[in-house]
Write a protein that binds this ligand. Structure first.
Ligand code: BG6
Length: 490
């Protein structure tokens, strides 16, 4: 089946930090794939900017490697067409050199869609926006794209937002949370709002609790420097996991218009019950991985990787929260995320309430509650676990089985990377899948007291062995409530 492809308008995209990890690993391959799909018009141009002195040809060579190095099929004609779009100018936010050339390059094509992607360290967001503003390049509908970390706290997030907002109005700021670009995350909206089946059940009367797990097998890899200043709460919960929670819990928006969706997400964030000094112990668990085994081989612990024995940075978080509103009052939302866990899996589980009474004999076996499992990655799909009669003779015996919709099996299409969708949305001017300023700040408002309570506590994060599901306290967190973490059967 071919996906429907609509070409975007001609654009000039300027990528700051063009030689960095994000640009090379994600942005250039994503743009290549959209080009391959026929979505990029003939005269669209891409300008790489960073401090390194490179020629256009050097930059194209690095892009060729970035695109071919992905391991997938590369179409040579497309690759050459794509590389011909690329240009390069060396410029540094701290010096004047290069900026006039950037301005001249942009002025060659006035009046077209203009996007600045800041794939740089966040400290540079303000200085780069100042440069763009001073040179008059932030005018005429120009858009800016920034990515997390947007601050390390509410106060610092406000500073970042102010610095960007000084030159770009909110309707031209695109804050990426790449989880929102994942296919199945968007499917969550389709599931909830394009079916009438779930809506009457999607509430406290029918749902016992919700679990959101984002587990990774990787450690911090080469990013220990950044990661140690962040930790799992800032790196994953403040953004990706709270965004998932919002999409699960929000009210149906009036439309898919950006502000309609974002207004509803904001209400969820504002309704989260606060976690504070008083309940931090029973509501959160933080962990840090020790040496162990991952994917069949031995791996070192976090502190060895970091080379600093005294770090209190968490590589695992489990927490329990509630949404204080009419729909969700009393329904716990359990979130957990961590590095060096047994599997890479991102999953949302809505656990329905058990039947109120069993009409079956005990010989039929236990009746398990229905469960909807939305798998974001890998093996994207949706499973609805139901009780059925065990087929065949032998009387009435009950069995819990999934109605299984694996997207890979059902649709023979390539699953696009999140950045492909998000980059084309920026060019189209569609902000629905991007975080608005007040959302980011509301998320920090909820996260800040957790960070403060952890900082004030003399306790270290609890150790867990690499390759396990985090500290045992994370299991106790949910089992105290008579529930358990969902582990997908192999
Ligand atoms: C990033 C985090 O935002 O998301 C990383 O900084 C994490 O630490 C990554 O590994 C996970 O993304 P994905 O798409 O691989 O699930």
């Amino acid at each position: 089946m071919n996906a429907r492809v609509i070409q975007v308008d001609p654009f000039d995209l300027v990528v700051f930090g063009a030689t960095g990890d994000l640009a090379q690993r994600k942005l250039l391959p994503a743009l290549y794939h959209r080009d391959d799909a026929g979505q990029i018009p003939e005269d669209a141009r891409i300008l790489g900017v960073s401090r390194r002195r490179l020629s256009d040809e050097d930059f194209r060579a690095s892009a060729r490697k970035a695109v071919s190095g992905e391991g997938g099929d590369v179409e040579i004609t497309t690759l050459n067409r794509f590389l011909a779009r690329l240009h390069y100018i060396a410029a540094d936010a701290g010096a004047d050199a290069g900026w006039p050339e950037v301005a001249t390059w942009l002025q060659e094509r006035p009046g077209r869609v203009r996007v600045f992607y800041l794939a740089t360290a966040p400290e540079l967001f303000g200085p780069i926006c100042n440069r763009l503003g001073t040179a008059g390049l932030s005018e005429n509908g120009a858009r800016v794209v920034v990515e997390k970390p947007i601050g390390k706290s509410l106060a610092s997030a406000r500073d970042v937002n102010d610095a960007v907002g000084a030159h770009f109005s909110e309707d031209r700021v695109y804050r990426i949370d790449h989880y929102l670009g994942k296919e199945t995350v968007q499917n969550l909206m389709a599931l909830r709002f394009a079916n009438s089946l779930f809506e009457p059940l999607w509430r406290a009367a029918q749902i016992d609790h919700v679990q959101i797990t984002v587990s990774e097998t990787l450690g911090v890899e080469g990013r220990a420097g950044y990661y140690d200043t962040a930790g799992a709460l800032r790196d994953m919960v403040q953004n990706h996991m709270l965004q998932l929670l919002c999409l699960v819990a929000m009210e149906p928006p009036a439309s898919l218009a950006a502000d309609a969706v974002r207004d509803e997400k904001l209400k969820v964030l504002k309704s989260l019950l606060p976690i504070t000094d008083g309940n931090i112990g029973e509501r959160t668990v933080r962990g840090q991985y020790r040496a162990g085994a991952s994917q069949g081989g031995p791996v070192p612990g976090y502190l060895e990787e970091l080379g600093n024995e005294s770090s209190h940075t968490e590589t695992f978080v489990a927490l329990k929260t509630e949404i204080a509103n009419w729909r969700w009052a009393g329904v716990p939302f359990y979130l957990r995320t961590g590095k060096r866990l047994p599997n890479r899996v991102s999953e949302i589980v809505a656990q329905f309430r058990p039947v109120p009474f069993s009409v079956f004999d005990t010989s039929a076996g236990p009746i398990e509650a229905d469960r909807l499992v939305i798998r974001l990655q890998p093996d994207e799909g949706v499973k609805l676990w139901l009780m059925i009669k065990d087929p065949g003779p032998g009387g009435m015996r009950l069995r819990h089985v999934p109605l299984d919709m694996s997207f890979a099996r059902a649709f023979q299409v390539r699953n696009p990377d999140a950045y492909e969708r998000l980059l084309t949305d920026v060019i189209r001017g569609n902000q629905t899948l991007f975080m608005r300023r007040d959302e980011v700040e509301a998320a920090w408002t909820w996260i800040d007291p957790i960070l403060q309570a952890w900082t004030a506590s003399p306790d270290r994060p609890k150790a867990y062995t690499s390759g396990t599901w985090g500290p045992s306290a994370a299991i106790a967190l949910i089992e105290r409530d008579g529930r358990s973490w969902y582990e997908a059967p192999e």
